[in-house]
Structures are given as C-alpha cells and as structure tokens.
Design a protein around this ligand. Structure first.
Ligand SMILES: Cc1cc2nc3c(=O)[nH]c(=O)nc-3n(C[C@H](O)[C@H](O)[C@H](O)COP(=O)(O)OP(=O)(O)OC[C@H]3O[C@@H](n4cnc5c(N)ncnc54)[C@H](O)[C@@H]3O)c2cc1C
Length: 432
C-alpha cells in the first residue's frame, strides 16, 4: 500500500537548494536580460553559463532525461516538484536545461534519432549550445493536423519541402526546426505525414514575420515561415516515414505535463501576491483580508490550485509508473484542459485585488492572464483535450439497451425486493 504525499528528505534538500538558487540568482535575470533562448547574446551567456555550470555541478541539469543523456533519470514526480519552482522564472528552465520546446525536441531526437542525428543535433541541444523549434501548426489551422498541406517530396536523395508554417516558437533563434510535412498523401490520414530535421540556415527557409503574444514581448518570437523548395538530405527524416503523429505524441505528452508543472509555479506566485495584498491594503476601515468577498477569492484560489497540483502530481506519478504516455492520455488531457482555467482565474483575481496597479505592466498579472491563453492554445486547444478526455472516459462505460437506466430506482427496488423477499416475509411472520 503506497499512498504518500511526502517528499523524501534527501530530495527535499535539493528542492530547498533549487528554491533559494532560483530566488537569489535566477529570478533577477528576468529583469536584466532579453530572450532566455538567445544563445548568440554575449550578455546572456556571460550571466547564464556560470549558473548552468553550478546546476550541472549540483547534478540537477536536464532532470527530465535519463543518465544516458546527461540527466539524473529522476522521473516525472521529482521533475514536477522541481518544475513548480522553476516555473516562477522566465530564465530558470534554461538555467536547469529543461526548457520547452527543446526538452520535447530532445526527447524525440533521443527516441527516434539516428546516431548521426543525435551527434549533430541532440548533443549540442542538450548542452544548450544551440536551441530548436517545432514547426507543426499551419496558418489555415492548428487544432486539426489533418488540414496541414506542407509537403515533402523525395527527389533523388533529397527531400524537397514546400509550404507554410505558423507560430513556430523561437524559430528565429533556433539552429534547426523539426518540421511536420505530408509525404504520403494517399495514405490514411494519420499516416500521411513525416517529421524532418531542417537546419534553419537551409536555403528556402524564410521567416515572413515574427508574431508577439500579448503586449509584453518586445519583439515577436513566434515565426510565420514559408518553406520554399527547401532541400534536405534523405537522412534528415526523423522517425519512420508516415510516422509524424506517433513522433509528435511522444513529444507532446511530456510537453503538456511539463507546461502544467511550471504553471503551478506561476499560479502560486500570483496567489502569494494576492494574499500579501489582502493583508496589506485597507479600505473602508478594515483590511481586504477581512472582507468576506475577498476571503472567498482566496479560498477559491487555494482550492483550485491544490486540486490542479494534485492532478498534475498524480499524472506525473502515473507516467513514472507506466512509462507509456498512451496509458496516461486521459490524465494528460485533463491536466491540459484545466491548466488554462486555473491559471486564468487565479491571475485574474490577483490582478483585480491589486486594483488599478494590478492592471498595469508594473505587476505581472496582465502578462499571466495572456499566458493563460497561451496554455489553452499551445499543444492544442482546450476543447480538443476535453474531447479526448471524454472519449477516453466513455471507453470505460457501456450503454444499456433497456428502456430505463440501469440505476432507475423502481428497477433497483424491484430487484432488492426479489432478492430479500423470502427473508423479509420470514421476519414479518416471526414478529406477528
Ligand atoms: C504562445 C503559443 C506558442 C505556440 N508555439 C507553437 C510551436 O512552437 N509550434 C507549433 O507548431 N505551434 C505552436 N503554437 C500553435 C498552437 O499549437 C495552435 O495555436 C493550436 O493548435 C490551435 O491552432 P490554431 O491557432 O490554428 O487555432 P484553430 O485550429 O483555428 O482553433 C481556433 C479555436 O477553435 C476552437 N476549436 C478548435 N477545434 C475545436 C473542436 N474540435 N471543437 C470545438 N472547438 C474547437 C477552439 O476554441 C480553438 O481555440 C503555439 C501557439 C501559441 C498561442
């Protein structure tokens, strides 16, 4: 029987170190540096590289990976406990070597890459010498990959890619893109596409513009890309031909739960600020904390965060237990569906309780509310995950051919009377 909510004391020591290190050394970077992924920025490297070295020395680098790839093989529960600290800071995932989308891209390279692909792309990626992008969504729609039209045709010993991709995050900083393209248009819908590794400097890769989310990004980092007669060698296919969906799922399963872990950190930060404000601001003769409507916001937020966190941790536990993302599809879909709502609702309450100040860029809430929409869209919109969840749940049930439901009370009563009629009659006759 194991049903335990405690952290091992040894690992708690590591978490305490991470907490202090992030607070003192990493969070300040968020206010002085530009893009965490800009490995070409000497200012960023001067500050980030020594911190990464400290993390490596402490053996906390790339904890999502197994020892064969330079991680600790800690598993998802430990990673969740770490990520909820790292989620507080823009730079922390990079300092700890577990930033998205590189973490997911590394996962698929490790899983499907050939030895040459691993040497050329995975090794420098794991060391954060380079960064990568994932180029799947197209301008005509992201929620339904069946509408994607970007194609790759084999000409001689080269694949030639043509098409448009939308919202390929960090493509302008990336050394390579992982691109999903139609290779077998006549195959069944989920076997039509394959994955390719495309170095960003390949002729024909054209970033048309970089889109910015909300108002906080100074320059956009989500690329609208045209692939125009992009030639890559035959061996740049990643995974099997027609296997893009399977490869993508390997990446997205982990990616979604990792986003959720980091979101806990963000939501808790908003909640902490909300509580501090409630205990600091006086209006109409008493603290905000003494007003029942404020208390309700605090109570609702606490409950929602705790429910969300437990769901994330249990899902992480299931990933460790089953080592198969397909077996936790339902749980991951549930986590993905609830994440934007909890994030949005808590950040919006925190914003509101800070009054006018909360609505400005001097506090993080506006950005957090926008980020909650990011969490509701990236890796698929909430509706799609709710559909997945409902379908998975319904597989565990079956309908009845009867006119009335199985739990129809008259039917149950009739069955109970039939079951116990003899005993009840005996009891009655003994008493009379
Ligand atoms: C910040 C951010 C970063 C991103 N990074 C990347 C990246 O690195 N690489 C990449 O390839 N993509 C990326 N994306 C794109 C993301 O995957 C897509 O936005 C997402 O899949 C939705 O596609 P779409 O934007 O085209 O919306 P659409 O597919 O047009 O959907 C729009 C809306 O329609 C509704 N809807 C869709 N399907 C259904 C349904 N079945 N039932 C009911 N309602 C539905 C939902 O409300 C949905 O939000 C990113 C997105 C954001 C916001």
């Amino acid at each position: 029987m194991s049903w335990d909510f405690e952290t091992e004391p040894e690992f708690q020591k590591e978490l305490d170190w991470v907490d202090q290190f992030v607070r003192e050394e990493v969070e300040p970077l968020d206010y002085v540096l530009g893009h965490p992924y800009d490995v070409r920025d000497p200012k960023r490297n001067a500050l980030v590289r020594p911190l990464q070295a400290e993390v490596k020395k402490r053996k906390l680098w790339a904890c999502h990976l197994g020892p064969e790839l330079g991680g600790q093989g800690y598993g998802q529960v430990k990673l969740a406990l770490m990520n909820e600290i790292l989620g507080r800071s823009r730079f922390a995932p990079t300092v700890f070597g577990c930033q998205a989308p590189d973490s997911g891209n590394a996962e698929i390279l490790a899983h499907y890459g050939t030895p040459e692909q691993k040497k050329r792309f995975l090794e420098p990626l794991l060391d954060n010498q380079i960064v990568s992008a994932f180029s799947m969504t197209e301008p005509q729609g992201g929620a339904d990959p069946k509408v994607f039209t970007t194609k790759a045709e084999l000409k001689g010993d080269q694949w030639v890619i043509n098409g448009m991709k939308w919202f390929s995050s960090n493509a302008h900083l990336a050394s390579f893109l992982i691109v999903m393209a139609v290779t077998d248009p006549d195959a069944p819908p989920y076997k039509r596409m394959s994955m390719f590794i495309v170095p960003t400097d390949t002729p024909g890769v054209k970033i048309l513009r970089n889109l910015a989310v909300g108002m906080h990004e100074q320059e956009g980092s989500h690329a609208f890309i045209r692939y125009e007669d992009v030639h890559v060698p035959k061996d740049h296919m990643l995974g099997p031909r027609g296997g893009a969906f399977v490869v993508a799922q390997t990446r997205l399963g982990g990616g979604r739960i990792h986003h959720a872990m980091r979101t806990i950190g963000q939501v808790r930060a908003a909640f902490d600020m909300m509580c501090e404000r409630a205990l600091s601001r006086t209006t109409q003769g008493s603290l905000l904390a003494d007003k029942q409507m404020v208390q309700e916001k605090i109570a609702d937020s606490w409950i929602e965060i705790e429910q969300f966190r437990l769901l994330v941790l249990r899902t992480a536990w299931k990933v460790d237990r089953y080592k198969d993302y397909l077996k936790v599809r339902k749980d991951i879909a549930a986590v993905k569906a609830i994440m934007p709502k909890v994030f949005h609702d808590v950040a919006a309450r925190a914003l509101h309780l800070h009054g006018s100040l909360g609505a400005t860029g001097e506090m993080p809430f506006v950005e957090q509310v926008i980020q909650s929409f990011h969490m509701g869209l990236a890796d698929g919109p909430t509706e799609v995950h709710k559909i997945t969840l409902a379908r998975q749940v319904l597989r565990e049930y079956k309908g009845t051919a009867d006119l009335f439901p199985t739990r129809h009370i008259p039917k149950l009563r009739e069955a109970a009377i039939r079951k116990y009629a003899g005993q009840i009659e005996r009891e009655v006759s003994m008493q009379s």
